[in-house]
Design a protein around this ligand. Sequence first.
Ligand code: C5P
Length: 222
Amino acid sequence: VNKINVAVDGPAGAGKSTVAKLVAEQLSLLYIDTGAMYRSLAYSALESHIDLQDSGAIKDLLVQLSIKLVNDSEKSTVFVNDQDVSVEIRTPEVTRSVPIVASHESVRLEMLKRQRKLAIGENSILDGRDIGTHVLPDAQVKVFLTATVDIRAERRHEELLKRGFSSNLDQLKEEIAKRDELDATREVAPLRKAEDAIVIDATTLSIPEVVDAIVNLINIPV
Ligand code: C5P
């Protein structure tokens, strides 16, 4: 039986993981949050006081890390060497650090291998920056999900306030733009739309509208 792979790429805060998770639930696909894998590595590097720029040391750290993504209908949990790091990998410090560890070629190669191994042979949906261009160049459906930086920052801002965190809109805007810039200008597998990806601009779309648009692109083989 042929399996279907769906790639969802795009800039930070466009809603990739939210919609990918909902599409996965609706169509019983395996959801793989590749950003969480890079975040786990950045978190571990910070914990071990390893120089983020030292590609050799970061790669050595990665080969010793087991990263497990567990999804159920209520929540997604991330385990690093069996420790639940789901909350820790979302801090501003980790968020700022990920693009640095994610820029190393040897790191990306190892992540690509792990991501392919998880996805191949499963009906799956992966979200990230380089899924359509590098990880799964033969994915049957490729989506590039965007929105203006203003709307991405505003949505994140509202979500943070709703969850009781403090948030500064201008600072958020700056951080999101900075992260996109780092991700889009790195030499290895930068953030880029695959040639055959379909662009969905979420600036004026609700979450259910984006989910519907993606679901309509997918034909599950029987
Ligand atoms: O998607 P998320 O915001 O969690 O990703 C965090 C960071 O991980 C990105 O800013 C990027 O530096 C890195 N990343 C990547 N390639 C992917 C997924 C994430 O370089 N496929």
